[in-house]
Design a protein around this ligand. Structure first.
Ligand SMILES: [Zn+2]
Length: 213
């Protein structure tokens, strides 16, 4: 009972992965709620999409964003580590695990960090693709007068003429194409946020860059 546990852990930071895109309100609330029962209060002046801080008496705790898609966080004390911090880290870890996340090691961090930049850029590309496809679906353009009409209109709002069968066929093709693009972009974004292929991207090994799906 009175014996001290062996101090095998030297590092003071715990890394957490949440299968979500970034640090926003839902993530903030999740972490906040896990710490509140232990008497920690969030410091609103130190809250951003990049970091969060909590105070409990003289103790301080900080969560820092390391990467997005998925969200990579590191938790550390502000100042000296105490049992209070260890309890707080356990609470945060439990909350993250209960929401489909996990902890990861320094070694994995070294693997994940270079990917975080690539994954973020890929996500931006997909978001752009998604936005463009959504814009296409906002209105159909008339060949005769160039006016834009609501997608469900059968007659042009500009020249009032009925869209031709050829117009309709073309529009239906545009809708089908845009819908396919939207589905594909959303699927990639969801995979990126969940951390799919995180282990495989730069551990090509025998796969030599072969991608599944
Ligand atoms: Zn028209």
């Amino acid at each position: 009972m009175g014996a001290k546990p062996a101090r095998t852990v030297r590092r003071h930071h715990t890394h957490l992965l949440l299968p979500q895109a970034s640090l926003g309100d839902p993530q903030r609330v999740l972490l906040d709620e896990s710490l509140k029962p232990a008497g920690w209060t969030a410091d609103p002046d130190q809250s951003s999409s990049m970091s969060l801080q909590w105070r409990r008496g003289r103790d301080g705790l900080r969560v820092q964003t390391l990467g997005w898609f998925p969200l990579l966080l590191t938790v550390g004390p502000l100042g000296r580590v105490t049992s209070v911090h260890r309890d707080a880290v356990a609470r945060l870890t439990a909350a993250v695990t209960a929401n489909g996340g996990r902890t990861f090691t320094d070694r994995q961090l070294a693997d994940y960090l270079p990917q975080a930049q690539l994954r973020w850029q890929r996500a931006l590309t997909e978001r752009r693709r998604l936005a463009e496809a959504e814009r296409v679906l906002e209105g159909r353009r008339c060949h005769r007068c160039g006016a834009w009409s609501e997608p469900e209109m059968t007659h042009c709002t500009g020249c009032r003429l009925r869209f031709t069968q050829a117009d309709d066929a073309e529009w239906n093709a545009v809708v089908a194409q845009a819908s396919t693009t939207i589905d594909a972009a959303q699927a990639v974004l969801a995979d990126l946020a969940r951390g799919v292929r995180l282990e495989r991207i730069d551990h090509g090994g025998a796969s030599g860059g072969v991608r599944h799906g």
